[in-house]
Ligand binder design. Structure first.
Ligand SMILES: Nc1ncnc2c1ncn2[C@@H]1O[C@H](COP(=O)(O)OP(=O)(O)O)[C@@H](O)[C@H]1O
Ligand SMILES: [Mg+2]
Length: 290
């Protein structure tokens, strides 16, 4: 069996994006993105809706064809017309907001399908890989369940296990917890944190600032198709240098904050008040779930 290392050189960055432009018709959506993700890096991408975050991930996964610029994955220029896109894509795991599980297949069936069809694994081998990955996401006991019998959080963990079963060299996450009820978010983030700790190279579009701070090696703030800020999480989230990032972070970290003048309030909220937020401003997500 050939592995990622047979087909790709291992030296150098895992993801190298340079001068990436993407337009839909006349409309520019990515306006010159440069970004390098090294092996084992976790890069969190934040930014307002419509800033191009999904388009960026979709270009990396070749679901969108870049208009200009280059993308190298494990040293291979994937925008080269001679490259076998399907083969490259098998090395890139992608998890979306919607889980896209087959409703008429069991969890195990969902995890073995692409392994057999795309990687040519036997039923036995695919099942063994699937069970190992279900263990990792804490759902080995649900292998025979159907997606509808699982919570949204469990379905998303199944979707992550399905991606991992393809042995990807990198994982892309596009707002994986945005569709979940708040009490289910922590379990999914915990799985992603474990994955990051295991050394997986990850690009994560997320609004979960606590996750970005705790797990992200770097945070990228995008606005209007450009990277406006990039750096360690504590720097970009804790001390953004651009006004646009400051405004965005204020909205995300304090979604219920209203101008004092609108409320006629003069007293700041204190511990115990419903509006009180601790001064570190790390957001609201309970990450430590186990
Ligand atoms: N397939 C498409 N065709 C036309 N416009 C698109 C398409 N996909 C995205 N866009 C536009 O590109 C912009 C960026 O979208 P997107 O990458 O989804 O932003 P984000 O993920 O940051 O919310 C949006 O204005 C969106 O309407
Ligand atoms: Mg998006």
């Amino acid at each position: 069996m050939t592995t990622a290392t047979d087909r790709f050189g291992l030296a150098g960055p895992v993801i190298e994006i340079s001068g990436l432009h993407k337009s839909f018709g006349e409309r520019p959506v990515l306006k010159g993105i440069d970004l390098t993700v090294n092996a084992g890096d976790v890069v969190c991408v934040i930014g307002p809706s419509g800033s191009g975050k999904s388009t960026l991930l979709r270009c990396v996964n070749l679901l969108e064809q870049p208009t200009a610029g280059s993308i190298r994955l494990l040293g291979v220029e994937v925008t080269d017309p001679d490259v076998d896109i399907d083969q490259v894509r098998t090395h890139v795991g992608m998890v979306f907001q919607s889980f896209n599980l087959f409703p008429h297949k069991t969890v195990l069936g969902n995890l073995t399908l692409a392994q057999r069809k795309v990687l040519g694994r036997s039923e036995a081998e695919a099942s063994a890989v699937a069970m190992r990955n279900l263990e990792h996401v804490g759902l080995a006991d649900r292998a025979e369940s159907y997606p509808a019998q699982l919570s949204g959080g469990q379905q998303q963990r199944v979707a992550i296990a399905r991606s991992l079963s393809m042995d990807p060299a990198m994982m892309l996450f596009d707002e994986p917890t945005s569709a979940l009820d708040p009490e289910l978010v922590g379990d999914v983030l915990a799985v992603m944190r474990d994955l990051a700790e295991s050394g997986m190279t990850m690009m994560v579009v997320t609004h979960e600032m606590a996750f970005a701070r705790e797990v992200g090696d770097r945070v990228v703030f995008m606005d209007d198709g450009q990277i406006m800020e990039e750096g360690p999480a504590a720097q970009v989230i804790g001390a953004p240098t651009t006004e646009r990032a400051r405004v965005f972070l204020e909205r995300v970290l304090h979604p219920t904050a209203v101008d004092d003048s609108q409320l006629g309030q003069t007293e700041p909220a204190r511990p115990g008040d419903p509006d009180f937020r601790p001064p570190d401003g790390t957001g609201h997500v309970p990450l430590t779930v186990r």
